[in-house]
Ligand binder design. Sequence first.
Ligand code: FAD
Ligand code: NAI
Length: 462
Amino acid sequence: MASYDVIIIGSGPGGYVCAIRCAQLGLKTAVVEGRETLGGTCLNVGCIPSKAMLHATEMLDEAEHNFAEMGLKGKSPSVDWAQMLKYKDKTISQNTGGIEFLFKKNKIEWLKGWGSIPEAGKVKVGEDTHEAKHIIIATGSEVAPLKGVEIDEETVVSSTGALELKKIPKKMVVIGAGVIGLELGSVYSRLGAEVTVVEFLDHITPGQDGEVQKTFQRMLKKQGMEFIMGAAVQSTTVKNGKATVAYKLRKDDSEHTLEADTVLLATGRRPYTEGLGLKEIGVETTDRGMVKTDDNFATSVKGIYAIGDCIAGPMLAHKAEDEGMALAEILAGQKGHVNYGVIPGVIYTHPEVAAVGKTEEALKEEGRKYKVGKFPFMGNARAKANFSGDGFVKIIADAETDRILGAHIIGPMAGDLIHEICVAMEFGAAAEDLARTCHAHPTYSEAVREAALACNDGPIHA
Ligand code: FAD
Ligand code: NAI
């Protein structure tokens, strides 16, 4: 029986980052992972492969739409689907291999297999039982099922199947206009599929700033995606490799169907803790299967902790990573902490959508007084030159103190631009602080400064 300071179950962004931090802080650490490669959902079937496909198809789109105007002549590239999948797979293995290297470098042991917790202080992997002072559950999430929709990963797929389709569908129906549906829907739309998104609500990307939602949907429509809003999917049926999606419009209960070669179910994910034996040892979970934790990630059983997608909060890789680092620091006797008020969210479509902090809608509900500074990318020289003038930066600041409360960006490199606002928020900055910071010209980030200026005396270029 091997003995450790920490055993982490799951090697996703939560688990592997926690393990590296634990090792750096001098704790003897092992990670249990049942997959053949490390890195969890994110590296194997999530963030990384989806971003590779988004990048490849964005290049294709750029070539098809903008090359001629820039004086770059010649035939647009054609798609070699098998090669594109190979590129995606290589990206995955480079990243998962990287984690294996980091484990060796930090002397972290990989206990291969599926783990369970027979009692506090013990983790069982296959026939072996290991001891640990601290056990961390970092088992992530899985696709939440939808009644009437059976995933076969060929015709009716989850995001995992959508990342390895045998061929590019002619017609694709996406159920759910959330992050996965819009990212992967964009990939296939750019590859030439007719993509129809069926969404239960009357707006896309729930929780996002209302103005961003509208602008984003308009842009996606312009790119060729179709939307059926306020529609509850009832069932999918598959016959001879073709699917029929039945849905009801919420406004009048009328029933409709859509035909498709491929259906992508993207209506959310749920915590995954199967096989751990949590109930038997008394680790409390919510009705939705989330592991209950306190502010220090401790579960209801002493010595057992949980982080990442299997606990409350946004299901994001960087949120899981930050929790992993904070918990490692707590276990090493330091004061680990996650600021949940400043966790950015990014949708990697073209253009990107990024947000941090409060939306106007949330502030209105709280009854708080705020002001808004908005700047369109059309007023940004770099964006205009790069065919990226559509979209805007919106900064929300406290009406009296000018402290930044949130930011919402739709436009070029939004996912990178958001971070200067995150840092500003971490330091409790006012919009004026951002506005008085010199920004290099010509950069997209000047649009952030202009939005900050717009919170007070006004922007220069709009
Ligand atoms: P996971 O990454 O899910 O890892 C959990 C690991 O635990 C898995 O490898 C699993 O095999 C293992 N495991 C489970 N049970 C056991 C057991 N009993 N024994 C041993 N091992 C076990 N987030 C972003 O921030 N940015 C993105 O761009 C992004 N894109 C995404 C795209 C897609 C298609 C999907 C599906 C998700 C995406 N996400 C993205 C979400 C992101 O992947 C998750 O938030 C993140 O992976 C959560 O990390 P985690 O460590 O909590 O769990
Ligand atoms: P989601 O929660 O983002 O979106 C689900 C959508 O489906 C919502 O718009 C919802 O209203 C809709 N819906 C629910 N039931 C429906 C029904 N019966 N019919 C039609 N529509 C219905 O979930 P998604 O896209 O599956 O993503 C899961 C998680 O993965 C997210 O929580 C996200 O955080 C994470 N993720 C993050 C990414 C990123 O950070 N870029 C990329 C991909 C995933």
